[in-house]
Design a binder for this molecule. Structure first.
Ligand code: B12
Ligand code: SF4
Ligand code: SF4
Length: 308
């Protein structure tokens, strides 16, 4: 086995040991094909008020501008599909936000993986990313062979569906690279496009972020526009509709990350409980959760919008 292949195999094995369900590696280079798509996406205003998407345009397209001398992008996925879901008579929270904030849970795993590389392969310079950085994570995951980008624009895997997070290590270490995932297994299916209540899913595997329920309920800090009133189908934090209807998610299996388990009260809370939620209950149920991002005031804004 070549030295580079041995390194890649070691990293892959350690990633699996840490709980990532897949790991793929791509050469760090300029994302040429994605550049015009991203430019168009921004020009059309699909970022809405997420102005952070307009920042670091060049860095977003070239990992070598994020890490000096970057040679490899290691893409990883981490399952969050829950065993149990909320009670039927409840406003809904995206499954990804049931437990502890994934940014923290996954960041510490990425640190461990970096430490492993330093110990077993050699001194490397690199950075770890999960979600909140100028990295086109789905494009890298596809290039690293993890899966294909579905019509709902999320990364899909045949044996697992799409209920997983993506994360990356960008390193100045040369490794053996995986082949990109080239097949598209959406075929003629349009279930996600048909089910999206706000028509946010456009042709060409693109989502108009400014029309997505996830954007309205989490990202938008101001009053919710009346144009989307009555369209949220009881989603009060994020939205899973396009994933719930996707046939590939029949293959999703429950995660085994204890930190992603919800507070016991979260699954049994009814609409009435949410209507009456106090600051204490909010702090208890969402102690370490990503839901804290909207604060209680944001959650209450969303609940009121669903009620009236
Ligand atoms: C901004 C953002 C959002 C925005 C905008 C969504 C969007 N689709 O861009 C909002 C708030 C709406 C959102 C919602 C959600 N998000 Co989000 N989000 C992001 C974030 C931070 C950036 C995404 C981005 O760069 N968008 C910009 C556009 C331009 O990127 P793009 O869609 O990849 O663009 C490509 C297509 O437009 C395509 N394209 C354009 N034209 C054409 C033409 C052709 C012919 C082709 C083939 C392609 C093509 O090329 C572009 C460049 O690659 C990423 C994390 C990250 N750093 O990557 C998470 C991320 C994508 N989100 C994630 C999740 C989980 C969600 C939600 C499911 C959360 C929820 N339950 O509420 C929803 C799903 C909504 C959906 N269907 O997309 C996960 C997805 C995991 C996965 N399996 O893929 C990510 C990767 C976070 C993570 N680290 O896990 N999100
Ligand atoms: S998350 Fe909901 S609103 Fe956003 S694209 Fe998917 S179905 Fe549409
Ligand atoms: S619902 Fe159908 S079109 Fe949409 S991502 Fe899943 S397989 Fe693809």
């Amino acid at each position: 086995m070549s030295k580079l292949k041995t390194y890649s195999t070691l990293i892959n094995q350690e990633a699996k040991r840490l709980g990532f369900d897949s790991c793929g590696i791509a050469k760090a280079e300029f994302l040429e094909e994605e550049a015009s798509n991203l430019e168009l996406w921004l020009k059309k205003g699909y970022q809405g008020k997420m102005s952070y998407m307009e920042n670091y345009f060049d860095k977003r397209l070239d990992p070598r501008l994020l890490v000096d001398g970057a040679k490899s992008v290691i893409s990883l996925s981490y399952n969050y599909f829950p065993e149990d879901t909320q009670s039927k008579d409840s406003y809904k929270i995206s499954k990804y936000a049931y437990g502890e904030d994934y940014h923290h849970v996954i960041k510490s795993k990425l640190k461990e993986l970096t430490f492993f590389i330093q110990e077993n392969i050699g001194q490397v310079n690199g950075r770890a990313f999960v979600d909140s950085a100028p990295v086109l994570e789905r494009a890298w995951a596809q290039k690293s062979g993890l899966g294909w980008i579905g019509k709902h624009s999320l990364l899909l895997k045949k044996n697992r569906g799409s209920f997983f997070f993506l994360a990356e290590l960008i390193l100045d270490l040369e490794l053996e690279y995986d082949n990109p995932f080239v097949t598209d297994h959406c075929g003629s299916c349009t279930k996600c496009i048909d089910a999206c209540p706000t028509d946010a899913i456009l042709p060409n595997n693109t989502v108009n972020g400014s029309k997505c329920i996830s954007y309205f309920t989490i990202e938008l800090k101001e009053e919710l526009p009346t144009s989307v009133k009555g369209k949220f189908e009881d989603w009060m934090f994020g939205c899973d509709i396009c994933q719930d209807v996707c046939p590939w998610n029949r293959f999703a299996t429950p995660h085994s990350e204890e930190k992603f388990n919800p507070h016991p009260d979260l699954l049994s809370m009814t609409k009435k409980d949410w209507d009456e939620i106090t600051d204490d209950v909010f702090k208890q149920v969402f102690k370490k959760s990503a839901v804290k991002r909207t604060k209680l005031s944001g959650l209450k804004r969303n609940i009121t919008f669903l009620q009236t």
